[in-house]
Design a protein around this ligand. Structure first.
Ligand code: MG
Ligand code: ZN
Length: 538
C-alpha cells in the first residue's frame, strides 16, 4: 500500500477514534480547557540531546542540578516520536510541518495552512476561535514567518509574508507577539504620517527605537487596521509589560527578533532591553489569555534553533535551546497546579544533521583507574570520546556566527573579510581557535555548480567552496559559516551532515489531564498530532 493512502487511512481511523473518545474525556477528568503548543524549530532529538547534555553534564551548567523544563515535562508526562514528512516528499520545511500540526492533515512543501492539494483547511486557532476560545501566537523570529503563519493564514507559499500579515489580522488572533513590524507598515510611511492616527503610532514605534522601514509593496497600513479592530499595540518590552488587555499585537523588531546569544549578553549586562524575552512574552500571554472564561489555544515558537542549525553553529544552537527551555519553564510553572491544560512540546524537523561524535584527534593520554579491573592495566581508550568541558566551552561563545562574520567584515579590508580579520573575529568570540590556513579554506570560493538564474537562493555565479555534500548547502554566502563549523569540528567533537533539514522523527512531549495524555499513543505523524490537538476543542 503506498504510504500516503496508508497515512490517510491511519488519520481517518484516528479521527473516528477521537470522536468516540471525546465524551469519556469529560467523564474521567475535566475536559481540556486550554492548549499550549510549543514548537522548537529545528529541534530534533539531537538538539534535545545537546540541551540535556549541557544542562545535566556541563561542569558549569546554568542549571546547577535542576532539570530542564523539557525534562520536567518528560518526567511528568510522556515522550513520543513523530514523523514530520510532507504528503509527497521525504523532508519537510517549517511551513509544511507547522501546517500539518495546525490543520491535522498532510500538506505540501512550503505551503501555509493548505492541504497537499492546495485547499485551505481550518487551523487549530481558527477552530478554537469559532468555539469561543481566545488564541495566541508567539515567536522569537517574526510573526509572518512560516511557523506562526501556518496557524492563522492560508497562502500558497511561505514567502508571501505581506499577505500573511493581512491573514493574521483577518483571523483576529487575540494575541500576537514577535518581530515582523515591516510587514505591517505601508510601503510609503511618509504619506500616512499625514493621518493623525498613524502619527501617534509612528511616534511610539520610533520611541521604541524601531525604524518605520516597510517590507510591503502596497500602501496598506495594517497597524491602523489593527487599531480599528480594537488591538492594543506594543513595540518594545516596556509597552508589552504595561499591556493589560486583549486583543494585543506586539511587534518588537522590523524583521527577526534578536538572537539568543546577543539577548543573553544584553540581559546579563543589566542594560535596558528594547525587546522582551521569549519567556516574558510567554508570561504575558498566559496572564492575559487565561482571563478568558472559555479557555485559550496558544502556540509558542523557539524559532532560531533552526537558524543556528542551518549555519551549523553549535554555540548559538545551544543558546537558542536555552532560550526556548526558559519559556517552557514559564509554562511548566503556570500549568503545574492545573488539570485543565494540555501542553505539547515538539519540533517541526531537525536541522543540520547535528551530533557529537568521537574522533581520532587529541586522544587522551593513558591514565590509571582505582577499580580492581584496572589493577594491571592503564585506562587508554582508542579514541577521543569528547571531554565534558566542551559543553562549557561551546556555551562560552560570545557571538553567533552571523555576528562573528560581521565583525570580520568590519575589521576586514574595504568591507571584505580577510584571513586576519576572520582569525581575529573567531578567536575573540569563541573558546576555540582557528589558524590562518583554516581561514583561507573558509574564504575559498568556486563556481556555483547549481546556478539557476532568477532563483531566490541559487542565482549567484560563485559560492563558498564546500568540499563534500555540496548540494546540501543552499544558502549562498552563508555557506562560509558552514565552512567555519567544519574547521571547528575536530576541536568541538561535533559533526554536521547538511546545511538544510533532515527527516529524522522528532520528539513530542505531552503533559496534561490523563485522558488527554493517553490519547497520544505510539509512533505518530505530525498530521495526527494536529488532528489530536483539534479533537480536544468543542
Ligand atoms: Mg519557524
Ligand atoms: Zn530551517
Amino acid at each position: 500500500m503506498p504510504y500516503p493512502s496508508f497515512l490517510a487511512l491511519l488519520i481517518s481511523l484516528l479521527l473516528v477514534g477521537c470522536d468516540a473518545h471525546q465524551p469519556t474525556t469529560s467523564d474521567d477528568s475535566r475536559p481540556v480547557k486550554n492548549i499550549i503548543l510549543m514548537i522548537g524549530d529545528g529541534m530534533g532529538p539531537q538538539q534535545l540531546g545537546l540541551l540535556q547534555s549541557y544542562a545535566n553534564r556541563a561542569p558549569n551548567s546554568r542549571y546547577q542540578g535542576r532539570p530542564t523544563a523539557m525534562q520536567q515535562l518528560m518526567n511528568q508526562g510522556k515522550l513520543l516520536l513523530s514523523d514530520t514528512s510532507p504528503h509527497n516528499a521525504l523532508v519537510v520545511d517549517s511551513a509544511c510541518s507547522a501546517t500539518q500540526l495546525a490543520t491535522g492533515v498532510t500538506s505540501g512543501s512550503e505551503m501555509i495552512g493548505l492541504d497537499y492539494l492546495g485547499n485551505p483547511v481550518e487551523t487549530l486557532l481558527q477552530h478554537a476561535k469559532r468555539s469561543g476560545k481566545v488564541t495566541g501566537l508567539i515567536s522569537d523570529t517574526r510573526i509572518t514567518h512560516a511557523t506562526p503563519a501556518s496557524f492563522a493564514a492560508h497562502q500558497p507559499h511561505r514567502s508571501l509574508e505581506a499577505n500573511i500579515a493581512v491573514d493574521l489580522l483577518a483571523n483576529q488572533v487575540d494575541l500576537m507577539l514577535s518581530g515582523g513590524l515591516g510587514f505591517f507598515l505601508p510601503a510609503n510611511t511618509t504619506t500616512d504620517t499625514e493621518s493623525s492616527a498613524f502619527t501617534a503610532i509612528a511616534e511610539r514605534i520610533q520611541h521604541a527605537g524601531q525604524s518605520l522601514r516597510s517590507r510591503r509593496k502596497d500602501e496598506r497600513n495594517l497597524l491602523l487596521d489593527a487599531q480599528q479592530q480594537g488591538y492594543q499595540l506594543a513595540f518594545d518590552r516596556q509597552q508589552l509589560l504595561a499591556s493589560q488587555q486583549l486583543p494585543l499585537l506586539g511587534l518588537f523588531a522590523n524583521s527577526g527578533m534578536e538572537n539568543a546569544i546577543r539577548y543573553h549578553r544584553l540581559r546579563e549586562s543589566g542594560a535596558e532591553r528594547q525587546q522582551p524575552s521569549l519567556k516574558e512574552m510567554t508570561v504575558k500571554a498566559l496572564d492575559l489569555l487565561s482571563q478568558h472564561p472559555d479557555g485559550f489555544v496558544l502556540m509558542i515558537e523557539g524559532g532560531q534553533i533552526d537558524w543556528a542549525g542551518h549555519n551549523n553553529d553549535v554555540g548559538s544552537m545551544l543558546h537558542e535551546l536555552l532560550r526556548f527551555d526558559e519559556a517552557i519553564q514559564a509554562v511548566v510553572d503556570w500549568v503545574q497546579e492545573r488539570d485543565d491544560t494540555l501542553v505539547v512540546v515538539t519540533a517541526d524537523h531537525e536541522t543540520g544533521s547535528f551530533g557529537f561524535s568521537y574522533s581520532a584527534v587529541d586522544i587522551p593520554e593513558p591514565s590509571t583507574l582505582p577499580g580492581s579491573g584496572f589493577a594491571e592495566h592503564t585506562y587508554a581508550p582508542n579514541f577521543n570520546f569528547g571531554d565534558l568541558s566542551l559543553l562549557d566551552r561551546i556555551h562560552a561563545q560570545k557571538k553567533d556566527f552571523y555576528d562573528v562574520w560581521a565583525e570580520a567584515i568590519a575589521n576586514g579590508d574595504d568591507g571584505r573579510v580577510t584571513t586576519d580579520s576572520l582569525v581575529n573575529a573567531v578567536n575573540n568570540n569563541l573558546a576555540f581557535r582557528i589558524t590562518h590556513e583554516q581561514a583561507e579554506r573558509i574564504l575559498a570560493r568556486h563556481k556555483n555548480p547549481f546556478q539557476r538564474p532568477g532563483h531566490r537562493y541559487l542565482s549567484s555565479e560563485t559560492l563558498p567552496k564546500v568540499h563534500d555534500f555540496t548540494p546540501f548547502y543552499v544558502y549562498g554566502d552563508d555557506i562560509h559559516l558552514n565552512l567555519l563549523a567544519r574547521e571547528l569540528a575536530a576541536q568541538q567533537n561535533t559533526v554536521w551532515g547538511t546545511g538544510t533539514h533532515t527527516a529524522t522523527p522528532v520528539p513530542v512531549i505531552v503533559y496534561g489531564p490523563s485522558s488527554a495524555q493517553e490519547a497520544f499513543q505510539g509512533y505518530l505523524h505530525h498530521a495526527q498530532v494536529g488532528a489530536l490537538l483539534k479533537s480536544f476543542l468543542p
